[in-house]
Design a protein around this ligand. Structure first.
Ligand code: SF4
Ligand code: FES
Length: 221
């Protein structure tokens, strides 16, 4: 079947345009496979990220026909509208080139979750919750889907707050209990709806808020 792949090309220099590629693909092929084929046969300058190709590494997040998804586990036949698929870089991050974004606003805040805190989890969480914690692929889809992360650059963000919520041993850094932390969330729950591994950041943020309000969590500093 013929599809029309429309790629929003964004360059760090400020240039942006939509390029259209006509591609032959089976409906159950992944969007990532099709993007890759275009990059090999159509335009070798097309920039995008990928690694595992099976929904584990979190590298291939992009906005596909308006919705954040992991391109490697998204079948083109399921998302195409009238044979057209528009792919764009994730929102809320600086675009490096085309579909590749700089996720340092997310990774840069991970120092708030110390390894010591994570190690303590084993004894405290039940097995299901423990496994869910490590299911976060750090794909950044929750930042892209979140209306606050998109418009408030200092917001710590859904995945980070979710990890802190699950790992807080009765104490959190002051920044978590601040305007950039749990109180910035407007409870849109778009993060939970879009998260490809059902990590449910929105619910975790609300749980941490409740614990702070009840005085069950101490704020450091
Ligand atoms: S919480 Fe979900 S959407 Fe956010 S980074 Fe982790 S896996 Fe991705
Ligand atoms: S390439 Fe690893 S999650 Fe898509």
């Amino acid at each position: 079947m013929k599809y029309r792949l429309v790629v929003r090309r964004v360059k760090a220099t400020g240039g942006r345009r939509f390029d259209v590629f006509e591609v032959e693909a089976e409906p159950d092929e992944s969007v990532l496979d099709v993007v890759e084929r275009v990059s090999l046969q159509g335009d070798r300058t097309l920039t995008f990220e990928h690694a595992c190709h099976h929904g584990v590494c979190g590298a291939c997040g992009m906005v596909i026909n308006g919705v954040e998804r992991l391109a490697c586990i998204t079948r083109i036949g399921e998302v195409a509208r009238g044979g057209v698929v528009v792919v764009e870089p994730l929102r809320g991050f600086r675009v490096v080139s085309d579909l590749a974004v700089d996720k340092s606003r997310m990774f840069g805040k991970y120092r708030l979750v110390t390894p010591t805190t994570l190690e303590k989890l084993d004894s405290r969480l039940d097995r299901v919750e423990f496994e869910k914690l490590y299911d976060c692929t750090e794909c950044g889809i929750c930042y892209s889907a979140c209306p606050i992360a998109n418009t408030f650059k200092d917001y710590l963000g859904p995945s980070l707050l979710a990890i802190v919520s699950r790992s807080a041993e009765g104490r959190v850094p002051a920044v978590i209990d601040s305007r950039a932390g749990v109180w910035a969330c407007h409870a849109a729950f778009e993060c939970s709806v879009r998260c490809p591994v059902d990590f449910k950041p929105g619910e975790s943020i609300m749980r941490l808020r409740r614990r702070l309000l009840k005085g069950e969590v101490e704020v450091e500093g």
